[in-house]
Ligand binder design. Structure first.
Ligand SMILES: CC(C)(COP(=O)(O)OP(=O)(O)OC[C@H]1O[C@@H](n2cnc3c(N)ncnc32)[C@H](O)[C@@H]1OP(=O)(O)O)[C@@H](O)C(=O)NCCC(=O)NCCS
Length: 218
């Protein structure tokens, strides 16, 4: 994951408006996470085909807590909780879900909960970007039910919901090191359209910290 080390002063000068060169003070280090933007055409996608014992529930505000709990379980321990700290706790996930669901751009037709033999086990949400493109927000399947094709089906369900709501194209962003997710999206027909870097505060560095350097993650 760690691919390159950078001089922390270079990072500070570029990225931290409060930094003054040479000033002996605490400095905020920034780590950069490489992410792919991926896109897909919505026309002609196959219908989902749920394995026996699994089905999905359309968005309803009374399901917000089920989405919240499922999101938190699915992302527990994932590197994405460093990139997006809200994903790392139930409280953070609840805040995210509330924020997504109250947005004007929210697409209820593309927001689904998967129900399995022992309750909710997958979630996906979507927003309209720039009015014309559907943007998958967070897709997650709880660890116990992975590698059964649930994420593929859930994505198809969501993408078809976007299409039914009048959109022609969808996009998502994925951390480059999340090979399972990147592979899944590529096999489904998503194509990389852009590389972006998400800056994340890494740690506080003092001049006494000696050789500690912030790191660029790719
Ligand atoms: C990424 C994630 C959503 C994938 O969920 P999933 O339900 O396991 O995904 P799928 O089953 O549809 O496909 C994933 C893998 O299972 C395989 N698979 C699908 N059906 C299978 C089956 N019946 N038997 C064995 N393997 C199967 C797929 O080929 C794929 O394998 P590969 O990646 O080794 O090629 C899940 O790992 C997750 O929630 N991760 C944490 C959150 C996260 O990273 N979300 C994505 C953020 S962008």
């Amino acid at each position: 994951m760690v691919a390159e080390r950078l001089d922390w002063r270079t990072i500070q000068e570029k990225e931290h408006p409060a930094y003054s060169p040479g000033e002996p003070m605490h400095a905020l280090a920034i780590a950069y996470y490489k992410r792919y933007k991926m896109e897909i055409d919505l026309a002609g996608l196959p219908a989902p085909s749920w394995p026996e014992g699994f089905r999905c529930l359309a968005w309803h505000e009374q399901l917000l807590e089920d989405h919240t709990q499922t999101l938190a379980q699915a992302f527990e321990g994932s590197p994405d909780t460093i990139v997006f700290p809200s994903l790392g706790s139930v409280t953070g996930c609840r805040g995210l879900m509330q924020e997504i669901a109250r947005r004007k751009a929210f697409i209820p037709e593309a927001t689904w909960l998967v129900l399995g033999p022992d309750g909710p086990c997958g979630t996906v949400q979507a927003l309209r970007e720039r009015g014309v493109i559907g943007a998958i927000q967070n897709i997650g399947i709880v660890p116990r039910w992975r590698r059964r094709g649930l994420a593929r089906n859930l994505l198809l369900q969501s993408l078809r919901g976007m299409y039914a709501s009048g959109l022609g194209r969808a996009m998502l962003e994925v951390t480059a090191t999340n090979e399972t997710a990147v592979g899944l999206y590529l096999r489904m027909g998503f194509r990389r359209s852009k590389v972006v870097y998400k800056a994340v505060p890494a740690f506080t560095l003092t001049p006494e910290a000696g050789s500690a350097h912030p790191v660029l993650y790719v």
